[in-house]
Design a protein around this ligand. Structure first.
Ligand code: DLL
Length: 422
């Protein structure tokens, strides 16, 4: 596949680290001043903490949590009046009120710029056609990718999520070069259209996925699949994105300052160690976030990438501090289960984890699919159980089912865990 990485702002993307860090410090100081002056609910919390004189001083500041957004629903943490906003997005939490985020025109410009970097870095060239199957609406995926693509001179088909039959027709008729959607939806499409299409690149994210799933998608759709990461609270997609090298997602560090901290103590961890990603926005106007606790677990490196980018890169999200399942005292992340499943020969990348409680005992049942002949199901089941016992240290029950038995993504994020205990 002839896909080459490109730059949208080469000078910034390859900026000397010392210069980058002094820019970050200056922007951090401005962000803190902006919050102190304009965000009433946080003023008291930040009171008495001296302004940072270097980037390490950031650790003197408290974390901001999702609950702070809920407590100040809908606009309480914004620095501008409602009439000065240009756009509002929201993410629908599983319970209660949505998380609401706001943007000024300048925020939207920054967002489009970071997405333009993501798309160019992933090898999408000016004049290419991008089939954008992220949902348009309150979700940040559709409109976020859209504006960035336009900024980079990429044509967009704003198809949004859902209606797979129509998506397939459009892919075959319009012959897009690239697609943006969730990895689970890429799997759905791969099953239906296979690898022989015009598509060369996929910009996939918004939900956790593993390298094994990437392999299945790259083979199934015949594309280079890069991982894009982001969250509404910080801006939306485009906080970081892999390049064609697929060697960690480059964090747009001139706009977002990353820290990785210990999930229990909140203390900073050295590069390379897995902990909770904490992000500070450096240029956001309407809704700046200081030390936002993403809950996403990953590690970061500050080594330059092979193409000379100097911004930090983050690993895949290995789990969320709140999606960890505790089963009979054993901590299990769904991504570990996914990894073990997909390295077991004969299992296809579709599965569902069902957690239950029988009496006082937690149980984990894994439903997975295979395209091997049904005669081999019982052998496969044994191998999955043995591999899970090895990798998780947990006895699980397993059912192997025929292709197409389990739910598929219909466009959005696919939840693969059902916890019946709560
Ligand atoms: O999912 C933004 C987005 C849209 C990212 C399109 C990428 C592509 P939220 O709905 O606020 O925003 O959900 C954010 O999704 O904290 C992670 O837990 C998860 N997430 C996002 N990207 C990835 C990824 C969008 N590449 C939450 N890998 C985040 C793993 C991801 N998890």
């Amino acid at each position: 596949m002839d896909v080459k990485t490109g730059f949208h702002q080469r000078d910034i993307e390859t900026m000397d680290r010392d210069r980058l860090e002094s820019l970050q410090l200056e922007r951090l100081q401005n962000t803190i001043t902006r919050i102190r002056e304009n965000v009433e609910p946080l003023r008291q919390r930040l009171d008495g903490i001296p302004d940072p004189e270097n980037l390490d001083d950031l650790t003197n500041f408290p974390f901001l949590h999702k609950s702070d957004l809920r407590d100040n629903y809908p606009f309480g943490l914004f620095t501008v009046e409602k009439q000065d906003l240009t756009r509002i997005h929201a993410s629908s939490g599983t319970t209660g009120k949505p998380t609401v985020v706001g943007y000024t025109q300048n925020d939207l410009d920054v967002w489009a710029t970071v997405i333009a970097r993501c798309l160019r870095g992933a090898g999408i060239e000016e004049g290419w056609l991008l089939h954008n199957a992220y949902g348009y609406g309150l979700f940040t995926g559709g409109l976020g990718l859209h504006a960035g693509a336009e900024k980079a001179g990429i044509n967009v088909v704003p198809v949004s999520g859902g209606n797979t039959a129509r998506q397939i027709t459009l892919i075959s008729d319009f012959e897009p070069d690239a697609i943006a959607c969730t990895p689970s939806y890429a799997l759905t499409l791969a099953e239906k259209i296979g690898p022989n299409t015009s598509l060369k690149v996929g910009i996939l994210g918004a939900e956790p996925w593993t390298d094994e799933t990437r392999e299945a998608i790259e083979e199934g759709l015949g594309i280079v699949a890069v991982n894009i990461y982001g969250l509404s609270e910080v801006i939306g997609p485009g906080v970081s994105c892999e390049t064609v090298a697929r060697d960690g997602a480059v964090i747009m560090e001139d706009h977002f300052l990353p820290e990785v901290v210990d999930p229990e103590s909140g203390e900073p961890l050295p590069d390379g160690e897995v902990g909770v990603l904490v992000l500070t926005s450096l240029t956001k106007e309407a809704f700046p976030v200081l030390r936002y606790w993403t809950g996403d677990l990953c590690s970061i490196t500050r080594e330059p990438d092979r193409d000379g980018r100097t911004h930090a890169r983050m690993s895949r999200i290995v789990g969320r501090s709140d999606d960890m399942l505790v089963i009979r005292g054993v901590n299990v992340y769904p991504s570990q289960v996914e990894h073990t499943l997909l390295t077991t020969e004969g299992v296809s990348p579709h599965f569902l984890l069902i957690v239950d409680r029988e009496g006082t005992l937690d149980t984990l049942h894994i439903r997975c699919e295979s395209d091997v002949s049904a005669d081999s199901y019982s052998d496969l089941k044994k191998r999955v159980r043995a591999n899970m016992a090895d990798s998780l240290g947990l006895t699980v029950s397993v059912s192997v089912e025929s292709p197409g038995s389990l739910p598929r993504s219909e466009g959005g994020k696919l939840s693969r865990t059902v916890d019946n205990r709560s």
